[in-house]
Ligand binder design. Structure first.
Ligand code: HEM
Length: 190
């Protein structure tokens, strides 16, 4: 339930929070496929080198084959709500050819001194350096039973908790980790 803020209207909330307004008003076209989507992380992380040097980054996951298209109003008509997941299933079904894979480049946009690293709503200038970190290839989906078990058991933690990769000072990260733990434990217990 939405809690009342000021006169309680969403309009007032958006007037007082321009970054939320910008997000709400930005166009959100429906993609043709997950495989053609770019996924840009908004929370910053800090990579720590062997000598202790610290570099703030934001991850980007970008399709190797280039960005795919989006669907217009007409093209969406008649599609099932699950069309993106159905397309994945068809893509991976029983084939080992390279076109049945989804391949993404894992990249990192690198902050420069003075860039805001503790606020996910503040973009870094587009001219910031972006470096290649690796390749992500997805080529299959879990079977129905295994998938149901994983969905019940897996709890996503936005903080990696591995040596060399630290959460930035962005307060969203700790908060998200806490919320997801509560949610995930509830799901496990259900
Ligand atoms: C930068 C902002 C955020 C990003 C990028 C983000 C992204 C995500 C992702 C990727 C997942 C996992 C989905 C999956 O397992 O398939 C998730 C789960 C979830 N998110 Fe967020 N999220 C954000 C902020 C928030 C906030 C502010 C809240 C609530 C206060 C929230 C509540 C949840 C909950 C309850 C789940 C489900 C956790 C579970 O049951 O495992 N998220 N989010």
């Amino acid at each position: 339930m939405l809690r009342a803020i000021g006169d309680g209207s969403i309009g007032e909330f958006l007037q007082q929070n321009p970054s939320a307004k910008r997000f709400v008003e930005a166009p959100k076209p429906s993609p043709a496929s997950f495989a053609g989507q770019e996924f840009w992380g908004v929370n910053a992380f800090v990579l720590v080198g062997g000598g202790g040097e610290r570099t703030a980054v934001r991850y980007r996951v970008v399709p190797v084959a280039g960005a795919g298209g989006t669907l217009g109003e007409g093209e969406l008509e008649g599609k099932k709500e699950t069309y993106l997941f159905d397309e994945l299933e068809a893509r991976f079904a029983g084939s080992s050819s390279s076109s049945s894979k989804m391949s993404f480049n894992l990249r990192a946009q690198i902050a420069e001194a003075g860039d805001v690293t503790d606020d996910a709503t503040v973009l870094w200038p587009e001219e910031r350096k972006v470096v290649e970190l690796g390749l992500i290839e997805l080529d299959s989906m879990l079977g129905e039973e295994e998938s149901a078990e994983m969905q019940k058991r897996v709890i996503f933690d936005p903080i990696p908790r591995v040596e060399g990769v630290e959460a930035s000072e962005d307060p969203l990260l700790e908060m998200r980790a806490g919320v997801y733990l509560v949610s995930g434990r509830g799901r496990r217990a259900a």
